[in-house]
Design a protein around this ligand. Structure first.
Ligand code: NAD
Length: 487
């Protein structure tokens, strides 16, 4: 680490990092008999212990959420809005500490990724607190009036991954709570700390049992998905785990929202001002260590500009420093965990074994203790290669050459996934026509990764089931209930 640029700021409250982390159950901060190690991916060293909940403690959290549901769901939207805004205010007070902790446990750069993630989460809670699903009159005649209500489901279980531990979990909690549900969150054991801390903060502002946070070993996820008192599972993670969740949910016909993996294609059209968009393409693919669900995982470039594009892309990539996310001039941090680091090595080994053309990166400095993976660009590997067909979820991107746009669209769509995608060109109308042919839940045209409270987001094919955000997303935390009133 480069000492003189290390961000020394923070955290006024040193205790925030060193004091024991608690489970939040039934309004109380609870210690567990056992703990597990949390590793800083920039050093590869254990820097904290997280509580490992027992099955009984998870049961207790679910029981408390079930009890709390009665009074929480009986509140008006306006009353719940007040609570959510208090929660947002309380998080804001600890914003710097949460961001710093997020970099410590996740690895992402503090200034450009961790702090914005915390800020966006707080803003999301404030905005969603003001959203409503009003009762609609769907029919009225001389005989009756028919009302459509959207009633809360009950206790929602949230299961989240390690790439955006704060944002992705609050994207679930905030809409669930405003629509009248209570919530039990089980974060991934790779990045449990920020959620544990905001769970503790929540206990000081939310009524008892409305939000519990429970961390621990592999048994907790299945316990949550199999529990009869959980009405819905809101899951973000890999497609393989999503299938387990879906099977388990069948046991009690739980509602599910599944935000799963992807293999997003970006199609650069022949008329694109490719020099101008290279920063967006670079950060959309390789920023955040390539650990975006909607990261650009395949980059399709027309043959006419291919050679110049590769050169310009690589030149730009060379300006970006890989290192500890606490270092102010670092653009790309470490891969989040050893398992993912090892998985990325299998992509690299396959690329090399098949003689594919690595034009940047490709050599890991094994003397480093953190999980630092070099920014790696592979030029035009075959369409059926591992790096094109599978989800790398790391800082390796293949640049793929196409001859005509129909062919590019066909190759982009030839995937089991359909999460996101992007199309880039000067002629916006033509680019939109291409975007309309991409089989994905979300396609950006000449921008990337914009998300928002009112912008529905969800995958098609094996990228997911259901939607987050927008009225569509909020409605999935409710059951439609039709009330017919005779006149
Ligand atoms: P993962 O599927 O390994 O783990 C996700 C969560 O599921 C963790 O909390 C884990 O403990 C839990 N879990 C594991 N087995 C379980 C089981 N049998 N039952 C219930 N829960 C279980 O995913 P990950 O490696 O943490 O995250 C990376 C993946 O997530 C990538 O595929 C990425 O594309 C995807 N992702 C998708 C989105 C999206 O919005 N679509 C967002 C971020 C990440």
């Amino acid at each position: 680490m480069n000492e003189h640029t290390t961000i020394k700021v923070p955290p006024e409250d040193g205790n925030f990092f060193s004091a024991p982390y608690h489970l939040s159950i039934a309004g109380k901060l609870v210690q567990a008999d056992e703990t597990f190690d949390v590793i800083n991916p920039a050093t590869g060293e254990v820097f904290a212990q997280a509580p490992s909940a027992t099955a009984e403690q998870l049961d207790e959290a679910i029981a408390a959420a079930k009890t709390a549901f009665k009074s929480w769901s009986a509140l008006s939207y306006d009353e719940r809005e007040v609570y959510l805004k208090k929660f947002a205010d309380a998080l804001e007070e600890k914003r710097d500490e949460l961001a710093y902790l997020l970099t410590l446990e996740q690895g992402k750069p503090l200034g450009t990724m961790a702090t914005p993630e915390v800020d966006q989460s707080i803003s999301y809670i404030r905005q969603i607190a003001e959203r409503r699903i009003p009762v609609e009159i769907v029919e009225e005649n001389a005989n009756h009036v028919v009302e459509l209500h959207h009633v809360p489901l009950g206790v929602v279980g949230g299961i989240t991954p390690w790439n955006f531990p704060v944002l992705l979990s609050l994207w679930k909690i905030a809409p669930a709570l405003i629509t009248g549900n209570t919530f039990v969150l089980k974060p991934t054991p790779f990045t449990p700390l920020t959620a544990l801390r905001y769970g503790e903060i929540a206990q000081s502002v939310l009524p008892k049992g409305v939000l519990s946070v429970v961390t621990g070993g592999d048994a907790l996820g299945p316990q949550l998905t199999n529990h009869p008192d959980i009405a819905k599972i809101s899951f973000t993670g890999s497609t393989e785990t999503g299938k387990h969740v879906l099977r388990a949910a069948a046991g009690s016909i739980k509602r599910v929202t599944l935000e799963l993996g992807g293999n997003d294609a970006a199609i650069v059209l022949p008329d694109a001002d490719y020099q101008a968009i290279i920063p967006q393409l670079f950060w959309g693919a390789l920023g955040h260590q390539g650990q975006w669900c909607v990261g650009i995982k395949r980059l399709y470039i027309p043959r006419s500009i291919h050679a110049e594009f590769v050169k310009a892309f690589v030149d730009y990539a060379k300006t970006v420093k890989v290192g500890n996310g606490l270092d102010a001039d670092v653009g790309v941090g470490p891969v989040q965990n050893k398992m993912q680091f090892e998985k990325l090595k299998t992509f690299l080994a396959d690329i090399k074994a098949n003689g594919q053309n690595i034009v940047l990166g490709g050599e890991i400095d094994e003397s480093q203790s953190g999980y630092f993976f070099p920014i790696t660009v592979v030029d035009n590997p075959p369409e059926d290669s591992k790096i094109v067909q599978e989800e790398q979820f790391g800082p390796i991107v293949p640049i793929l050459v196409y001859d005509d746009v129909d062919e590019a669209v066909e190759r982009a769509n030839d995937s089991i996934w359909g999460l996101g995608g992007s199309v880039w060109g000067r002629d916006t109308k033509a680019a939109v026509e291409v975007a309309n042919r991409i089989e994905a839940g979300m396609v950006w045209v000449n921008e990337i990764h914009t998300q928002g409270v009112d912008i529905p987001f969800g995958g098609v094919k094996q990228s997911g089931l259901g939607t987050e955000h927008g009225r569509e997303g909020r409605e999935l935390f409710t059951n439609p209930k039709t009330v017919l009133i005779h006149k």
